[in-house]
Design a protein around this ligand. Structure first.
Ligand SMILES: Nc1ncnc2c1ncn2[C@@H]1O[C@H](COP(=O)(O)OP(=O)(O)OP(=O)(O)O)[C@@H](O)[C@H]1O
Ligand SMILES: [Mg+2]
Length: 206
């Protein structure tokens, strides 16, 4: 039986996920928890190799159906090697992106929702997050926060990102108990305060 606690962070690139993951991790550690920080795609040796394939500069012509399976392959390995054992050991696992990114970007962005749900629901059925923080910020504004060096070499179209954000809205409605939406335009310390409060309420009921 799973004893730990699984938290994921979602939202556009540059919304402030990594900033808040680090701050939430510091908080849990100060409370005496063992915290595992991880990310998708990636989080394992195989997953990091898959990440390189997905984000390879100049990559062209990958079938969207193949891209879905690469993300899913990374996730399956991630659950087996990192998420499942740490949750069974009673640790707090915080992942920078998880299944919701696939639903939003591939399911909605690429118009393959049934396929993405079918593949991913099979993989994640016993390991859905206990709590997900969804950072809401216009993708263009979020992008401006990211240094030029870190920006995607070949970004997708504006329409793609807008459709993906509709995917996140679909998930918010589908999982109101799991997904906690955050207005990511707020100041960093205000967001941290809300995140710690929401995580404490969910985990300890206070
Ligand atoms: N609430 C905030 N207000 C303004 N700037 C912020 C806020 N949170 C983070 N930032 C800054 O925005 C930039 C992007 O933040 P961060 O790397 O945490 O985002 P991210 O969601 O992890 O992005 P990516 O998806 O690219 O990894 C950083 O320079 C960070 O200092
Ligand atoms: Mg980040």
């Amino acid at each position: 039986m799973k004893k730990g606690y699984f938290i994921t962070f979602e939202g556009p690139d540059g919304a402030g996920k990594t900033t808040q993951i680090d701050l939430l991790s510091d908080y849990f550690k100060s409370q005496g928890y063992d915290v595992v920080l991880t990310r998708e795609p990636g989080g394992t040796e195989l997953g990091e190799k898959i990440r390189q394939v997905i984000f390879e500069p100049g990559k062209q012509g990958m079938a969207p159906e193949a891209e879905v399976l690469l993300y899913a392959a990374s996730r399956a390995q991630h659950i087996k090697e990192v998420i499942a054992p740490n949750l069974l050991a009673g640790n707090v696992v915080i992942s920078d992106r998880f299944i919701d990114s696939s639903i939003a970007y591939q399911g909605f962005g690429r118009g393959m929702l049934d396929y993405v749900e079918l593949v991913n629901n099979y993989i994640t059925k016993d390991f859905m997050p206990d709590l997900t923080f969804l950072f809401k910020l216009d993708p263009q504004i979020a992008k401006e926060r990211v240094s030029f060096k870190k920006q995607k070499i070949k970004p997708e179209s504006k329409e793609f990102y807008e459709t993906a954000m509709k995917g996140y809205e679909y998930l918010e409605k589908k999982y109101p108990d799991r997904i906690c939406s955050i207005d990511a335009s707020m100041a960093i310390d205000e967001i941290t305060y809300r995140i710690i409060k929401a995580a404490s309420q969910k985990m300890f009921g206070c």
